[in-house]
Design a protein around this ligand. Structure first.
Ligand code: ZN
Ligand code: FE
Length: 253
């Protein structure tokens, strides 16, 4: 499975999956149609599926227009997003398996950013499409989910193999690391990552995908049990550490 990262809107990434042997494509979280249609044309591959992680407009905005062009596709989303994802046909829950060509994604229920958010985990290739749950250096804001849900979801993602590639839906990494350094500034891995990400962004290079291993080393939202984050928040209970960090990040500019 080849994965193409298509920049969209201000800082979104749409991911186009291509199975070269069967010559078929699928798309994760199409915010807008143009880059998707253009890439499909270039590959000469028909689209078979849309995989949505959650209902926000910058993730489902092109569902309808893409469906008009490719009426045969299947549109997947979480079971609790019924009625919120345009044209959704399949309603997925934790542990469901979704086929794309020879590849299989396991569905992870990861609420918190929204109460219905899911992720698609391709265990065989080690690719995780996690929408706005886990970001490179941070996590999604809490909209209609709860901090308890988000902490559980991040715990689930943290348990995946270190080499898992994290394909998150936004290029927020530089700002995320600026915040991370304010709460975990002595972390040498984090300092080194900041140097690398600063250089990459200077050249307009993407910082996605990340890996679970790198996130465990440098993302404060996966490090609620570390001494530095306990000191930075003045709490030791994981939920309190997490909730305090999320609140600090919400007002960080
Ligand atoms: Zn969102
Ligand atoms: Fe988003």
């Amino acid at each position: 499975m080849d994965i193409y990262r298509l920049p969209a809107l201000v800082d979104n990434y749409i991911f186009l999956l291509h199975d070269p042997e069967r010559n078929m494509a699928a798309v994760v979280d199409p915010a807008v149609p143009e880059p998707v249609l253009q890439k499909l044309k270039q590959l000469g591959a028909p689209l078979v599926a849309i995989f949505n992680t959650h209902h926000h407009a910058d993730h489902v905005g092109a569902n309808r227009s893409i469906l008009q062009k490719f009426p045969q596709i299947t549109i997947y989303g979480g079971e609790f997003d019924r009625g919120r994802i345009p044209e959704q046909q399949v309603f997925l829950k934790q542990g469901d398996r979704v086929k794309f060509g020879d590849c299989t994604a396991e569905v992870l229920f990861v609420p918190g950013h929204t109460y219905a958010h899911i992720a698609y985990y391709f265990a065989e290739s080690g690719d995780l499409f996690c929408g706005d749950t886990l970001f490179a250096g941070s996590c999604g804001r809490i909209f209609d989910g709860t901090p308890t849900q988000m902490l559980d979801s991040l715990s689930q993602l943290r348990a995946l193999p270190d080499e898992t590639r994290v394909w998150c839906a936004h290029e927020y990494t530089l700002n995320n690391l600026r915040f991370a350094l304010t709460v975990d500034g002595d972390n040498l891995d984090l300092q080194a990552r900041m140097v690398a990400v600063t250089a990459a962004r200077k050249n307009f290079e993407p910082t996605i995908p990340s890996t679970i291993g790198l996130e465990k080393q440098t993302n404060p939202f996966l490090r609620w049990d570390r001494t530095a984050l306990k000191s930075a928040t003045n709490y030791s209970d994981p939920l309190r550490v997490f909730t305090k960090l999320r609140g600090m990040k919400d007002i960080f500019h």
